[in-house]
Write a protein that binds this ligand. Structure first.
Ligand SMILES: Cc1cc2nc3c(=O)[nH]c(=O)nc-3n(C[C@H](O)[C@H](O)[C@H](O)COP(=O)(O)O)c2cc1C
Length: 142
């Protein structure tokens, strides 16, 4: 499986999670075609990939109005018809419906979206491991 990873991160949590997930997938012989910013995506890495992971952080008023940050950049990603995409976001308290919103934005690129995960910043490593395990299972089933 070839996977590209795109990340939006303000204070480093989402980037850290992306690196951890990339390492775990690489250990299972996935090829990571690139790890780049959602704002400045490595287009070649997306083109090469079967699956595109998009990670961002949750922005809102902590108990309402939560949304994935950089939605406009996600909406501007190239068309990804024929590829699979999966979203993940990191949060502090409550992600609300941020992951659903991220999934919808990814679906608008034409990609087939598989279920993503909201990762708590206080359990970042453990949640990154669970997310990587879920991805491995999801891909093994299809
Ligand atoms: C302005 C601002 C708003 C935030 N709003 C929320 C929120 O509504 N809900 C939540 O759970 N976390 C919220 N957070 C916390 C971040 O989502 C969390 O710290 C995340 O892991 C940051 O990711 P990063 O380090 O990749 O930038 C907010 C953080 C900031 C700076």
């Amino acid at each position: 499986m070839k996977a590209a990873i795109l990340v939006e991160s303000l204070t480093g949590n989402t980037w850290h999670a992306a690196e951890k997930v990339a390492d775990l997938l690489a250990q299972e012989r996935w090829s990571i075609t690139g790890l780049s910013k959602v704002k400045q995506p490595d287009y070649g890495s997306i083109q090469e990939a079967d699956l595109v992971l998009v990670g961002t952080w949750v922005h809102g008023a902590f108990v309402f109005g939560q949304a994935p940050w950089a939605m406009s950049n996600i909406a501007n990603l190239p068309a990804m018809r024929g590829k699979r995409a999966v979203g993940f976001c990191t949060f502090a308290l409550d992600p609300g419906k941020a992951l659903d919103k991220l999934d919808r934005a990814l679906g608008d690129t034409g990609a087939y979206v598989i279920g993503g995960m909201a990762l708590s910043r206080s359990k970042l490593d453990r949640h990154s491991e669970i997310f990587a395990e879920r991805l491995l299972d999801a891909v093994a089933l299809t």
